[in-house]
Design a binder for this molecule. Structure first.
Ligand SMILES: C[S@@+](CC[C@H](N)C(=O)[O-])C[C@H]1O[C@@H](n2cnc3c(N)ncnc32)[C@H](O)[C@@H]1O
Length: 249
């Protein structure tokens, strides 16, 4: 059973949040390292289907996210960083209505090929697009009503996180939902120890973990653009994940 803790509350380990600007938004000063887009692409091109093995600690967070994302009446679900298509397959099998459409994007050719194959049974309603890793996303203003990204923000730089959130805001219709899950600093002794270990590995060699490190995304959400609907931190196999749903204002 996953351990759930700190709904709307999480103490970041070894990360410092500093006030930034008159809006009160906060700046995450990370002592961690990120991969360049080219290195991330190379990593995931060679990692490929091995990504599915991460499910042992990510699935509980993904399930918690999908439970709250009100997907049955979604018209277009946009996914950033679709990976092998494992979340998209769950959307089609378990969550979306019969007329819901899906569009995923990913920077890795290997991942896009795997996701397209996996989603072939729904190819009339699913598309997976290869991007150059830029945060300019292929969707019209207000075209989507759900924006999902699982275990991708934790490998992005602060600037990229902000850019993707701006794009998510542009793509989503007012009232649409931003649905995110990412590795996050853990609570309690075990959670904090595991977070510290992950950060140590990240600092020595970010590519070992595919660029991932524990981060807290909630402070990036500007209150004028997003209304936080749900946030929780849950732990599975010692690794903590932040699950976050926000409504586009
Ligand atoms: C840890 S995997 C997560 C995949 C999937 N969301 C899941 O939960 O199984 C991260 C994914 O993000 C993709 N990715 C990394 N940087 C990206 C970028 N700048 N634009 C699009 N996709 C990116 C990687 O290629 C990889 O497929």
């Amino acid at each position: 059973m996953p351990r759930r803790s700190g709904v709307l509350g999480c103490a970041p380990a070894r990360l410092t949040h500093l006030p930034r600007g008159a809006t009160g938004s906060r700046r995450l000063e990370m002592t961690s390292r990120t991969l360049s887009v080219e290195k991330a692409k190379r990593f995931y091109d060679s990692f490929g289907a091995a990504q599915n093995a991460q499910a042992f600690y990510e699935d509980d967070a993904v399930s918690a996210l999908l439970e709250r994302a009100a997907l049955d009446n979604a018209k277009l679900v946009f996914e950033f960083g679709s990976g092998t298509g494992r979340v998209a397959e769950r959307l089609f099998r378990e969550r979306m209505g019969e007329s819901s459409r899906y569009r995923g994007v990913d920077v890795s050719e290997t991942m896009v090929a795997l996701a397209r194959k996996r989603l072939a049974p729904w190819n009339e309603r699913a598309e997976v697009i290869l991007t150059d890793g830029s945060t300019a996303l292929p969707a019209r203003d207000g075209e989507a009503d759900r924006f999902i990204s699982t275990f991708v923000f934790d490998l992005l730089s602060e600037d990229a996180i902000r850019s993707v959130l701006m794009e998510a805001h542009r793509i989503l219709t007012p009232g649409g939902l931003l649905c995110l899950a990412n590795a996050t600093p853990g609570n309690g002794t075990l959670g904090a120890m595991v977070s510290s270990a992950l950060l140590c590995v990240n600092r020595v060699s970010p590519s070992v973990l595919g660029g991932c490190r524990p981060i807290t995304v909630a402070p990036f959400l500007n209150g004028a653009s997003w209304r936080l609907v749900h946030r929780e931190v849950m732990r599975s196999w010692g690794i903590s994940s932040e699950v976050l749903i926000a409504e586009r204002v």
